[in-house]
Write a protein of this length. Structure first.
Length: 153
């Protein structure tokens, strides 16, 4: 079993990464393989709405890391998304990643690329907006037909 985490923070190894590593510690105790992709210093282009991904199982534009990340998402059993709160929402890179992934899965709906995988979201927050940030990532999971890991206060 493998869990892929994507850290949408602009700060490599910052607070969001600390949260992800805390989750990884528990997963590793159970023998679950983990991998972290940090978007810090990288740019994920927004979706161009060209619909060329239909039947291709991935985006056809190769100017950034999206294809590599999305391929790893399709191969993982679980996906952990982490984003700090930026203006009461997820980071721009996380937004671009989730929008493109949603379009690819929608254009390849019959392939069930992410359906029935496990999804979990974490956020690092200093002030308001944590619920909006978690909600954005959880909505991505729901749109894909994934199982969402819950938590309590």
């Amino acid at each position: 079993m493998k869990v892929l985490a994507v850290n949408g923070s602009a700060r490599k190894d910052g607070n969001t990464a600390l949260l992800i590593h805390t989750v990884f510690e528990e997963l590793n105790k159970e023998g679950i393989e983990t991998e972290l992709i940090q978007l810090s210093g990288k740019v994920i282009e927004p979706c161009k709405a060209c619909w060329a991904c239909g039947g291709k199982r991935n985006c056809v534009h190769k100017k950034d890391l999206f294809q590599e990340i999305f391929e790893k998402m399709t191969q993982a059993d679980g996906i952990l998304l982490g984003s700090p709160v930026y203006t009461a929402n997820i980071s721009a890179n996380m937004q671009a990643l989730l929008e493109r992934a949603s379009v690819v899965t929608d254009m390849n709906r019959n392939d069930n690329l992410l359906q029935r995988k496990v999804g979990v979201a974490v956020t690092a927050a200093r002030r308001g907006g944590a619920l909006n940030t978690l909600d954005a990532m959880n909505h991505f999971f729901m749109l894909q037909g994934m199982y969402i890991v819950g938590s309590s206060y």
